[in-house]
Design a protein around this ligand. Sequence first.
Ligand SMILES: Cc1cc2nc3c(=O)[nH]c(=O)nc-3n(C[C@H](O)[C@H](O)[C@H](O)COP(=O)(O)OP(=O)(O)OC[C@H]3O[C@@H](n4cnc5c(N)ncnc54)[C@H](O)[C@@H]3O)c2cc1C
Length: 225
Amino acid sequence: MEFEHSEKVQALQARVEAFMVEHIYPNEEELFAQVNEGNRWQPVPLLETLKAKARTAGLWNLFLPESGYGAGLTNLEYAPLCEIMGRSPWAPEAFNCSAPDTGNMEVLVRYGTPEQRQRWLEPLLAGEIRSAFAMTEPEVASSDATNIETRIRRDADQYIINGCKWWTSGALDPRCEIARPQGDLLGYLGTTGLVRGRHQLRRGGDKAARLLGEPKRMHRRGHAL
Ligand SMILES: Cc1cc2nc3c(=O)[nH]c(=O)nc-3n(C[C@H](O)[C@H](O)[C@H](O)COP(=O)(O)OP(=O)(O)OC[C@H]3O[C@@H](n4cnc5c(N)ncnc54)[C@H](O)[C@@H]3O)c2cc1C
């Protein structure tokens, strides 16, 4: 079978690749160094600089299909760019294409009210805040979503979310304002929303644990989109 990417995609591949060579790969060591000094949950200054450069270069929010907010690529067109970005753990965030922000932004684009879009979608699209996806639970085998014990109940114009989540990437980032506990429901982190938990170091080094938040018991009040 013959398969070739379109000229548009080939041009984007070349630009993403060039950005990786010029800005991402030479800075990887320094990025790790900045994470390892001080509070690992704080934004990494060098990464913020790289985000600004990627945005200026027009390599920003490449993930959003047909919405008017992003590059308007299909999955087939976006996949080869992910292949390039995936070569460095830092690259997806530098291009504002990192999970779970990408999926959460798509939910806001599709189902958010104008007010919700203004409050969360716009700062997420600008790379100013972060978001989380909280599926995994401590008491059940969480790779099967039918096991999930968290319950959502409607209460007038609110949804009450009761449950306990852990291994939630990004939850301890101070910029993390919104979390998706289940389906297309988003809960606010902070004063009106979900309780932020604490980080626990796991045995065997914590290269991965750097990404993890471990929320303690969270009896949540979430608001539905
Ligand atoms: C770096 C990192 C970041 C993470 N970030 C997030 C996050 O942001 N949000 C989040 O919600 N979670 C996150 N997780 C958690 C991860 O998604 C879960 O570990 C995953 O969903 C598996 O769930 P579990 O740990 O309960 O394992 P289990 O569901 O207990 O599965 C353990 C193993 O048993 C197998 N297994 C399970 N049930 C069966 C069965 N019935 N038959 C045969 N085999 C079975 C599974 O395939 C797997 O290999 C993160 C994990 C890591 C390491």
